[in-house]
Write a protein that binds this ligand. Structure first.
Ligand SMILES: [Zn+2]
Length: 339
């Protein structure tokens, strides 16, 4: 009889410390899997499988929404749509990068760190995409052309550098100071989120009831914020697996729920941005400067280059001194067995 040999899975005490996740006891892949094993493992039930698919499938959803917008809007010649173009590119890139990071993170300890450096870089660029669209379509009427409006995108570029650097750095503290590492990584993503949403918080809290409320987009904005808070809570709390270690190894652990809340939140954010962009088009074109190439695609290109540079700086010591970096002391690799 033909049978497919699936790679063996391991328990938490069989894999080096760097691969262990709080509250996840079983379902670990081999810590030195080949690239092919990693790809095949996405079709095998491991503790990463749902993490991979909860960001791989949404990538296709956002690509589909992007392709529909490409056929209805004129991204090439209408500069009013360029902020949306940047945003749509980034909401396709961040779940795809995350899905790849989860797929290939068990090739080696170094690969694991580098995979997640790219994941953090993509999330950080997504926060820039939010800033560019919010600056162009979500800014309250009374803040249009203000100092904050004019400096919103340059500050957001600086935020991506801060966010990527701090989140990559937090991985180097993970072994010795897990609590401090978690606080730094959470802060690295919460800070740009709060900055990006300042215009929205102002609209919701201080000018609703007035002329700058723009109520059509508000329900979607509120759902986005609700899911964003849930995302942050799940990331920081490690619930539910913290309460019952081992019970949610394959289905229902916090990272899977975190992925789902992030993409549902992004879906509502995209709907809100589209609603604001369409309903405020005439007013924004008349009152504000038209989005320039430099403040949209130029800002994106510059941020990609700078963030890749940061990822390169953090990756270089791992590539030059594999297995010797103080941040990931390895226990002897588990002997590979055939099932
Ligand atoms: Zn993830």
């Amino acid at each position: 009889m033909l049978s497919i040999k699936l790679p063996q899975l391991f328990d938490i005490h069989q894999v080096p410390k760097v691969f262990r996740e709080d509250g996840i006891i079983s379902g670990y892949r081999h810590p030195q899997s080949s690239a092919l094993d990693c790809i095949l493992s996405s079709f095998q039930m491991t503790n990463e499988t749902v993490n991979i698919w909860t960001h791989f499938l949404p990538t296709w959803y956002f690509l589909w929404r992007f392709s529909v917008l490409c056929s209805t809007l004129n991204f090439l010649s209408e500069s009013y749509t360029w902020p949306l173009l940047v945003y749509m590119l980034l909401i396709c890139v961040y779940p795809f990068t995350s899905s790849c990071a989860h797929t290939f993170s068990t090739m080696s300890p170094e690969a694991r760190h580098i995979c997640y450096f790219f994941d953090y870089g993509a999330l950080s660029l997504y926060s820039l995409g939010c800033a560019i669209t919010y600056s162009s379509y979500v800014m309250p009427d009374c803040w249009v052309n203000s100092w904050l409006h004019q400096h919103f995108v340059p500050i957001a570029i600086c935020n991506t550098l801060f966010c990527t650097s701090l989140s990559c750095y937090s991985r180097f503290l993970e072994m010795q100071f897990p609590h401090r590492s978690k606080i730094l990584r959470t802060g690295a993503f919460v800070f740009p989120f709060i900055f990006d949403n300042i215009p929205l918080f102002y609209r919701l809290l201080l000018c609703c009831g007035g002329s700058c409320c723009h109520s059509e987009a508000l329900p979607s904005h509120c759902y986005h914020l609700l899911f964003a808070f849930l995302t942050c809570f799940l990331f920081a709390s490690h619930l539910p697996e913290r309460l019952a270690p081992g019970r949610f190894d394959y289905f229902g652990h916090s990272h899977q729920l975190f992925h789902i809340c992030a993409v549902v939140g992004t879906h509502f954010q995209m709907e809100a941005v589209l609603a604001d962009m369409n309903s405020r088009r005439a007013w924004l074109i008349a009152q504000a400067a038209v989005p320039s190439f430099l403040s949209t695609l130029g800002a994106l290109a510059l941020s990609i280059i700078l963030n890749l540079g940061i990822i390169g700086i953090f990756s270089a010591p791992l590539l030059w001194n594999p297995h010797h970096s103080a941040n990931h002391p390895l226990t002897p690799p588990t002997k590979r067995k055939q099932q």
